[in-house]
Ligand binder design. Structure first.
Ligand SMILES: C[S@@+](CC[C@H](N)C(=O)[O-])C[C@H]1O[C@@H](n2cnc3c(N)ncnc32)[C@H](O)[C@@H]1O
Length: 269
């Protein structure tokens, strides 16, 4: 079971549901998103599709996920499909103007192959935006991670479990290279953000992101427990020791950050 982390802090971090260049693209590629088709890979609860469908009422939004956790009542321009995106996207070539994929790192084994299939379903001139965290603790104040034995123990367990399952905890910083190597995307570029996971910042926006994330962070040891115990070979007793320390440490004033990478490219042709 893949632990499903929510990402309700995302709009707060970016200041909206998309980065400014994606908004510019949506508005200029085809006026006001008219007749555009947008696919959200691993859409989770579908909240991004639903909010975007309201904002761009003339565009069509489709979310696809392994699990049916999206609402039943939907606007006319939004729908959801249940499928495994790694088994071949169930759409004809050149269907979408924009494809997005957010926080899929836990579920994807062979990103370069997926990228080719994503490029297949994008229209020439269409855009793909991938947003993924690097699962790697950073302390921007330069302090040693030595005081964070619980966090580091949990994170190392998660990294090991991901590697055992063939997924890459450090996929995010490799994405620009994967996009370029695919040979199908032009204008590949990225932004890498500090993603505060606890409310340590004095900056009100960053603090608010950290506060929202803190609700998820408290669940991390439970949502990832089986994965880490099974795949990383940590005993349940040792895991519970790590969990207790983890929960104590996140209440302290460490500046706990992951880097969130947003990478995009335009399909050539
Ligand atoms: C962490 S959630 C992110 C949800 C959403 N993208 C967001 O940003 O809030 C990861 C989602 O990817 C989905 N997922 C993971 N692997 C998948 C796959 N192979 N095919 C389809 N969906 C997948 C999971 O079911 C889960 O809903």
């Amino acid at each position: 079971m893949i632990p499903i982390l929510t990402l309700c802090s995302y709009p707060k971090l970016l200041g909206g549901n998309y980065l400014p260049h994606v908004g510019d693209y949506l508005r200029t590629h085809s006026p006001l998103g008219k007749d555009m088709r947008v696919l959200d890979l691993g859409c989770g609860t579908g909240s991004w599709c639903l909010e975007m469908a309201r904002e761009f009422s003339e565009a069509e939004f489709i979310g696809i996920d392994l699990v049916p956790i999206q609402p039943d009542t939907l606007p006319d321009n939004c729908s959801f499909a249940m499928d495994d995106i790694t088994k071949g996207l169930p759409y004809p070539d050149a269907t979408f103007d924009l494809v997005t994929g957010r926080l899929l790192v836990m579920g994807l084994r062979d990103y370069p192959s997926l990228l080719l299939d994503i490029a297949r379903v994008i229209k020439p001139g269409g855009m793909y935006v991938a947003t993924e965290p690097d699962i790697n603790l950073i302390l921007p104040d330069g302090r040693s991670t030595g005081g964070l034995k619980g966090w580091v123990g949990w994170e190392q367990g998660l990294q090991k479990a991901m590697l055992t399952r063939g997924t890459d905890p450090h996929l995010a910083p490799k994405l620009p290279e994967y996009f370029r190597n695919a040979g199908i995307f032009n204008d590949v570029d990225y932004l890498a953000f500090d993603w505060p996971l606890t409310p340590w910042s004095q900056d009100p926006k960053q603090r608010s992101v950290g506060s929202v994330m803190m609700r998820d962070i408290r669940q991390f040891p439970d949502t990832s427990r089986l994965l880490i115990i099974d795949a990383a070979g940590i005993s349940p007793v040792e895991y519970d020791r790590i969990k207790i320390r983890f929960l104590q440490e996140i209440e302290l004033d460490y500046k706990i950050v992951w880097k969130l990478w947003s990478v995009w490219g335009i399909k050539s042709g």
